[in-house]
Ligand binder design. Structure first.
Ligand SMILES: *[C@@H]1O[C@H](CO)[C@@H](O)[C@H](O)[C@H]1NC(C)=O
Length: 135
């Protein structure tokens, strides 16, 4: 019985380690839910090195969370996806991290197309929660 429990615990820990390690570059990103606020912009060349166009569901992450790298394209969040949910409307959208943004921790800048999945652009700025998910 004790052995079975031990094996089960070991299996769970191993699975969690695999889940945490699968990010690009082998770095593990936090899987917790972040709280903050979102604005929007027209995407262009992002810090992750790709040119992004209007209509794409993408996001820029605040500088603190993005991290500092000699080459910003090496940011471990690049190419990862976040599920962003509006507090007020309960709407959500999955967006790819392609850029970094100014602003305090928790601030994100969505493409206009992504923002529109959450709220009217008349809202300007909305409170959100966001979390790492599979793309
Ligand atoms: C957004 O969140 C901030 C910080 O939690 C809070 O002070 C503010 O009242 C919220 N705004 C709205 C419109 O809910």
């Amino acid at each position: 019985m004790a052995i079975k429990v031990f094996l089960l615990v070991t299996a769970c820990v191993t699975l969690q380690m695999v889940a945490a390690a699968k990010n690009k570059g082998g770095s593990s990103l936090p899987t917790k839910t972040f709280r903050g606020d979102a604005t929007f912009t027209t995407p262009g060349l992002g810090a992750c090195g790709k040119v992004n166009r209007e209509g794409q569901l993408v996001v820029a992450l605040n500088r603190q969370q993005y991290g500092n790298f000699a080459d910003s394209r090496e940011g471990p969040w690049c190419g990862q996806c976040l599920r962003v949910t509006s507090d007020k409307f309960g709407t959500s959208v999955v967006v790819e991290v392609v850029d970094r943004a100014e602003g305090r921790e928790g601030h994100i800048v969505l493409s206009e197309a992504a923002f529109k999945k959450l709220a009217s652009t008349d809202e300007g700025r909305i409170n959100v929660s966001y979390k790492l998910v599979d793309c």
